[in-house]
Design a protein around this ligand. Structure first.
Ligand code: NI
Length: 195
């Protein structure tokens, strides 16, 4: 899932060092996004299988995914989005980093809320999506230990979004018809121009 654009309000012109740091940040973001599967890639539509082996390789991949997620200004990234069809995600929930392996998410109560979401695999698309406001998450951590979380609001939204990726579901499947049309018109021209 992608972060909202930050509001930068500077009274003064950025210094040369600040301008250079910002330019480097944008390059890192471009490089990260080029390594994340983008809309139109069939992998994004596939269902991922359970993780059965908790080894150093899993640790290494999740560390790499955290780096990509941060460089791309994201708050969640599913294995599917880096072409690995296994059920694990990395995310930052309420300021804390989590690796959630084989996550099972169930709503707590009936509450839902509609809010805009973006996705690191969907470019500039932002669409309204209805999600449960409270969820319980049962998952393994990267070592295979059980973890149980109760999440609400933004954190609940992030994990529901990432779980969708593991099932091949994207924001455009979850939004209303008009928002879907607008989103697809944003996504399609790129495919045409690059063909
Ligand atoms: Ni996403």
């Amino acid at each position: 899932m992608s972060e909202h654009d930050h509001d930068h309000e500077h009274d003064e012109e950025p210094t040369e060092a600040e301008a250079r740091a910002e330019a480097e940040r944008l390059v890192r973001k471009e490089i990260a996004l080029s390594q994340i599967r983008q809309y139109g890639d069939p992998v994004l539509r596939m269902r991922a299988g359970e993780v059965e082996v908790f080894d150093d390789e899993l640790v290494r991949i999740t560390e790499r995914m955290f780096q990509l997620m941060r460089d791309a200004d994201g708050i969640g990234l599913a294995a599917t989005q880096v072409g690995i069809l296994r059920r694990f995600v990395v995310c930052t929930l309420d300021g804390e980093d989590y690796v959630l392996v084989n996550p099972v998410v169930s709503p707590v109560g009936e509450g839902t809320e509609v809010d805009e979401e973006g996705c690191l695999s969907l470019g500039a698309v932002r669409v309204p999506v209805e999600r449960a406001t409270r969820v319980r998450v049962e998952a393994k951590d990267v070592q295979g230990a059980s973890q149980s979380l109760e999440l609400k609001d933004m954190a609940a939204r992030v994990i529901q979004h990432e779980l969708d990726h593991l099932d091949g579901v994207l924001l455009v499947d979850r939004t209303d018809a008009e928002s879907r049309r607008e989103a697809l018109s944003l996504l399609r021209p790129r495919l045409v121009l690059t063909s």
